[in-house]
Ligand binder design. Structure first.
Ligand SMILES: [Zn+2]
Length: 297
């Protein structure tokens, strides 16, 4: 690991601190500006308490001012942001995809964390980010605008069906799958594009499924305080982020990305697939008619 990667990692940690301020203030306060304050008692923090990860560790998870426990989610967010940026840098240096993926990661982290803490997704944040991502693909060499638009449309369509199903299956109750999740799907679809959509959603859905199964088992065994619903959006964010960190926007490099590439071939460049198939059929026919399949001695 070279020294620039370490610098990017540390910058990522500090970006994580900024994201934490958004996560803490967006649902509770009218302004995002101002010096960080204790999340438990509201007293202004000393400079060293604000330091990413180190501040939390130095207080061993308990606020110095009021001795109350601090959520471990916040240093975790700082670590995840730092690691994500370092890996994006290692793959893309400081090129356009690095800045693009860093923005997408920041949106996923903020959205996932707020959904985890408050079970809500901010429409203006997620749809605003989707619009920014769509516009970015028209001017920057990331993936095509068409790929982004189809990703958003397909994800939106699938998630609207989930949303309607949840409404039918759980009438009267607050739906376990909200409209915010639909918007989140649209953002992820636009951000990763149709070519990466399937694997980007897949990992989050699997994690949400495993977590739900654990909760159901806990409930059956008579545990109290088992939550009624999970923060589905958090898992979608984590899955998409994990996919981008591990495989970037490469698509075909990932184990599931080959499927993505296949349906891109069908949906977006259908002609190429058709051409390849007909060429293959023609050459197969030619081989068959000329009898070249049997190796002659
Ligand atoms: Zn305090």
């Amino acid at each position: 690991m070279d020294s620039t990667t370490i610098v990017v990692f540390v910058a990522g940690l500090f970006l994580g601190t900024l994201l934490n301020i958004i996560v803490i203030r967006l649902p509770r306060e009218r302004t995002l500006s101002g010096w960080p304050r204790c999340t438990r008692c509201g007293r202004p923090l000393a400079w060293w308490q604000v330091l990413p990860v180190v501040g939390w560790l130095a207080q061993s998870g308990h606020a110095r001012c009021c001795k109350r426990s601090l959520n471990a989610l916040f240093p975790l967010i700082e670590l995840i942001t730092g690691v994500a940026l370092a890996i994006f840098y290692a793959r893309y240096a400081l090129s356009v995809p690095f800045w693009y993926l860093s923005f997408v990661a920041a949106v996923l982290i903020v959205t996932g964390a707020i959904d985890w803490l408050h079970r809500s997704i901010y429409t203006f944040v997620i749809l605003g980010a989707a619009l920014i991502v769509l516009l970015a693909t028209t001017v920057a060499p990331i993936h095509s605008f068409r790929n982004a638009l189809f990703g958003a449309l397909v994800a939106g369509f699938v998630f609207v069906i989930f949303f309607a199903l949840a409404r039918v299956l759980f009438p009267g109750k607050s739906s376990p799958f909200g409209l915010g999740d639909v918007y989140l799907g649209i953002f992820i679809g636009a951000a990763v594009g149709l070519t990466n959509l399937l694997p980007s959603l897949f990992y989050g859905m699997v994690m949400a499924g495993i977590f739900s199964a654990v909760l159901i088992l806990a409930k059956r065994s008579g545990r109290a305080n088992v939550p009624e619903y999970i923060s589905y959006g958090t898992f979608l964010c984590l899955g998409a982020l994990g996919y981008l960190v591990r495989w970037g926007l490469g698509g075909s490099d990932s184990p599931l990305g080959t499927g993505g590439v296949r349906y891109r071939s069908i949906l977006i460049t259908g002609r190429d697939t058709w051409a390849a198939h007909s060429e293959y059929s023609l050459s197969a026919a030619r081989v068959w008619f000329s009898g070249k399949t049997r190796q002659k001695p």
